[in-house]
Write a protein that binds this ligand. Structure first.
Ligand code: ZN
Length: 97
């Protein structure tokens, strides 16, 4: 299934409220959902080849849309589990009777 933002010969920005269409000289980026459990997204320079390879990459038309969409995405993302540090209660002072 082709990327929903890729229509023949045209790439449009995935950022809500933006209808920009990619042109040759635009400085676009791709937001790539990570498959690594400790990462949420990777940001890459736009490459049409990548867009053809995956249907879940998000093309954005520039820095403003990149930051706006990324902000929305991370708000919806699963919160990173709080760092689990085994709680070691302070050792009680030995009380010798
Ligand atoms: Zn945009």
């Amino acid at each position: 299934m082709p990327n929903q933002y890729l229509v023949p010969a045209t790439v449009r920005c995935a950022c809500p409220g933006c209808n920009n269409v990619r042109k040759e000289t635009n400085h676009w980026f791709l937001i790539i959902p990570s498959t690594h459990p400790e990462e949420l997204y990777t940001i890459a320079a736009f490459a049409i080849e990548l867009l053809y390879q995956s249907d879940n990459l998000l093309p954005v038309c520039g820095e403003a849309c990149l930051l706006k969409l990324l902000s929305e995405l991370i708000k919806k993302a699963r919160p990173v589990d709080a760092e689990v540090i085994p709680h070691k209660p302070f050792a009680k002072a030995a009380v010798n009777a």
